[in-house]
Design a protein around this ligand. Structure first.
Ligand code: GLY
Ligand code: MN
Ligand code: MN
Length: 452
């Protein structure tokens, strides 16, 4: 679990990276209406969470590296939290709040105030800083408040206050920090990966002809919740048959038919961190010959991509390795024709593999962090976590032999880049044909005994 020391270290790192005499303002996430007077479950803003771990809405975090007022030359972060005041009546209805006093003690802020004091205190806090680091355009209510504060500072009587002259986007700094995971973050992500793997195993064990996609979704979500991961990190995809060819399919309401594959893309969110795993398996427990051929091709392409995951290599090298295997395999199986060079040049594989090889993973499933630096693909470095997720999707109306039509396969794992290669955080989720068939065979034998 990320501790206060960890959160403090992140604020300190940010303070050191900001220009001298700067202040950063980060608002908490907003509660979002679901219908009429009910709201979606609250999910803290990733940047806000990353810097302090405070779990409530209606809060702001200010981090200053100003040295003058504190008479010290060393760059030190000074952190101020604004949060809801304690309120006996409101807490009976809406749940417990920390309130400023307990928040200060519990989270180790330098000072805390009630949210009602936000405007007045922020004016004082901003006064005299040269630079304001802020994520403009991220939250329109926050934009409005910040612009009103700057105006008030500029228009203070007799120029008695000094508004920061520069507004700097804080996101590039924070994104770069978030891209490199600390041991504490990796420990959480490893646990999220393990829980998510268990959920995939349970879905494989539960699959049966005649069930519905939503039954498998329910097994997945129940398994997440039983391990304390209350929410999926993104909309769970359970696509059987040709639904697997719809990349963001989330209706999950069709019958599981004999002979079909089912593609499940699901990962839990644990303490804010995402897992993102895809497995594809036969509803019946046994792959057909054609399914085996395409499945093995996707798996081989994934393993080729894995080999390129090491410090110094780029995402492009990882992607190219997978694309070369997929393209050659599609030619060998007759889904593409012509030479490898011709197909690569014309990118004809994109008719069957139309998305990227993967993405950064962290507090957000498609996590922050630049993929290029100064227009060049950046080299991978130890501490980055990424997904590797090749796939082949043959549309039901593709111009290929009918044995391939409507087959959709993706295999997705979560890799931590290490000093000498990678550590597969999702290694415990079965993915070879033998491993999947034998897991499902045990379950089917078990079911037959149960029902006989
Ligand atoms: N589950 C979203 C993705 O794989 O990118
Ligand atoms: Mn993914
Ligand atoms: Mn995914």
């Amino acid at each position: 679990m990320s501790t206060n020391i960890e959160f403090y270290a992140r604020r300190q790192q940010l303070a050191e990276h900001m220009q001298p005499n700067s202040i950063c303002l980060i608002p908490a996430a907003l509660l979002v209406t679901r219908s009429r007077d009910t709201e979606y479950d609250f999910r803290q803003d990733s940047y806000f969470h990353y810097l302090c771990g405070f779990p409530e809405p209606q809060a702001w975090l200010a981090i200053s590296n100003q040295t003058l007022k504190r008479k010290t030359k060393a760059v030190q972060s000074h952190s101020v939290l604004f949060c809801l005041d304690k309120d006996h009546e409101a807490e009976i209805w809406q749940g417990r709040r920390f309130g400023p006093d307990l928040a200060k003690k519990h989270f180790g802020f330098d000072s805390t105030f009630g949210i009602d004091e936000l405007d007045e205190q922020l004016l004082e806090l901003l006064d005299g800083h040269d630079n304001l680091y802020f994520a403009q355009g991220h939250n329109s209510d926050a934009d409005e408040l910040v612009f009103a504060l700057l105006k008030a500072l500029r228009e203070a009587p007799k120029q008695s206050m000094q508004a920061p002259g520069n507004m700097v986007d804080v996101r590039p700094l924070l994104d770069e920090m978030r891209l490199f995971k600390s041991p504490a973050e990796i420990a959480i992500m490893r646990q999220a990966a393990q829980i998510s793997g268990k959920a995939h195993i349970r879905a494989m064990q539960s699959a049966q002809v005649g069930l519905n996609e939503y039954h498998l979704e329910a097994h997945i979500h129940h398994e997440f919740a039983m391990h304390g991961a209350k929410h999926p990190a993104y909309g769970t995809i359970v696509g059987s048959g040709d639904n697997a060819c719809i990349l963001h399919y989330t209706q999950n309401n069709q019958r599981l038919n004999d002979g079909d594959l089912v593609l499940i893309d699901a990962g839990c969110e644990l303490q804010g961190y995402a897992a993102d795993i895809t497995r594809t398996f036969p509803v019946s427990g046994q792959f057909s010959t054609a399914q085996k051929q395409l499945y093995q091709l996707v798996l081989d392409s994934q393993l080729a991509a894995f080999e390129q995951v090491k410090p110094g290599n780029t995402f492009k090298q990882v992607s190219d390795a997978a694309i070369a295997v997929i393209t050659q395999g599609l030619i060998d199986l007759g889904l593409l024709c012509g030479s490898l060079a011709f197909n690569l040049d014309k990118q004809l594989y994109r008719n069957f593999f139309m998305h990227g090889i993967g993405h950064w993973l962290g507090l957000d499933v498609h996590d922050v962090g630049h993929y290029k630096i100064a227009g060049q693909d950046r080299p991978l470095q130890a501490g980055m976590v990424l997904t590797i997720e090749p796939g082949i999707y043959v549309s039901p109306d593709a111009d290929v032999d009918e044995i391939w039509l409507g087959v959709g396969i993706r295999i997705e794992d979560n890799l931590l880049v290490t000093a000498d290669g990678f550590d597969n955080l999702t290694h415990n989720t079965p993915k070879t044909i033998v491993a999947i068939e034998s897991l499902m065979a045990q379950q089917h034998t078990h079911k037959q005994v149960e029902f006989s």
